[in-house]
Design a protein around this ligand. Structure first.
Ligand SMILES: [Ca+2]
Length: 219
């Protein structure tokens, strides 16, 4: 068979995400960055807008139809590579699990910066009494040099404060290059948009599950 010089061979093209985003963020995580991703936006006082902009992903529901609902948390991530500064703004939570007998919950959020299963830094929000839909809008900054940003995780735990006894975790979530799904996309979005705060809703997971994924022992 003779191949004419004018013939065009059709080769299936597989472009990696790395190549695709190389131009704008060479340090983005390997992993899916969905271009059609719907992003949560915030209005001027920091409240996350809900509605069509914050869809519940069908695969999230499909994955865990049996699981007890723990609630959702909205926070923004911002990274400034030149300053090595990572800022987490805990915005709000909604539909949290009721933890108190004869009441609701008294939620606050703990934020851990982690690396290799170790906690490097710890911060926490104020406690909001007797609510399942707390609003925080509280900002926390961490020093994370550019060489470290792909190696750290930010873990957010929503806990119920109790005057007596141990404060119990309601649910937990972590973002970082080794996260998956919505959490990985949020982190990748942050890296792909330096200096810009990116807000996103996340569905809280059981503490044991997240600790397992982080290679931690549940304390
Ligand atoms: Ca309580």
């Amino acid at each position: 068979m003779r191949v004419l010089s004018g013939d065009v061979f059709t080769v299936p093209l597989t472009l990696s995400v790395h190549l695709f985003i190389k131009g704008r963020a060479k340090y983005a995580c390997a992993g899916a960055v969905a271009e059609d991703q719907k992003r949560t936006s915030c209005n001027e006082d920091g409240r996350c807008l809900s509605g069509p902009e914050t869809p519940i992903r069908p695969d999230q529901q499909r994955d865990r139809p049996w699981q007890e609902k723990l609630g959702d948390i909205c926070f923004s991530l911002r990274y400034v590579p030149t300053a090595g500064k990572l800022t987490v703004i805990v915005l709000e939570a909604k539909n949290l699990k009721k933890m108190d007998v004869g009441g609701l919950s008294d939620p606050y959020v703990k934020i851990h910066l982690m690396q290799n299963g170790k906690r490097l830094k710890k911060k926490k929000t104020t406690i909001k009494k007797n609510t399942l839909n707390p609003y925080y809008n509280e900002s926390f900054s961490f020093e994370v040099p550019f060489e470290q940003i792909q190696k750290v995780q930010v873990v957010l735990t929503v806990l119920d404060y109790d005057k007596l006894g141990k404060n119990e975790a309601i649910g937990k979530i972590f973002v970082g290059c080794n996260a998956t799904g919505t959490e990985l996309r949020h982190w990748s979005d942050m890296l792909a948009n330096p200096r810009r705060p990116i807000a996103q809703w996340h569905t809280l997971q059981p503490e044991e599950e997240v600790d397992g994924a982080l290679g931690m022992k549940t304390s």
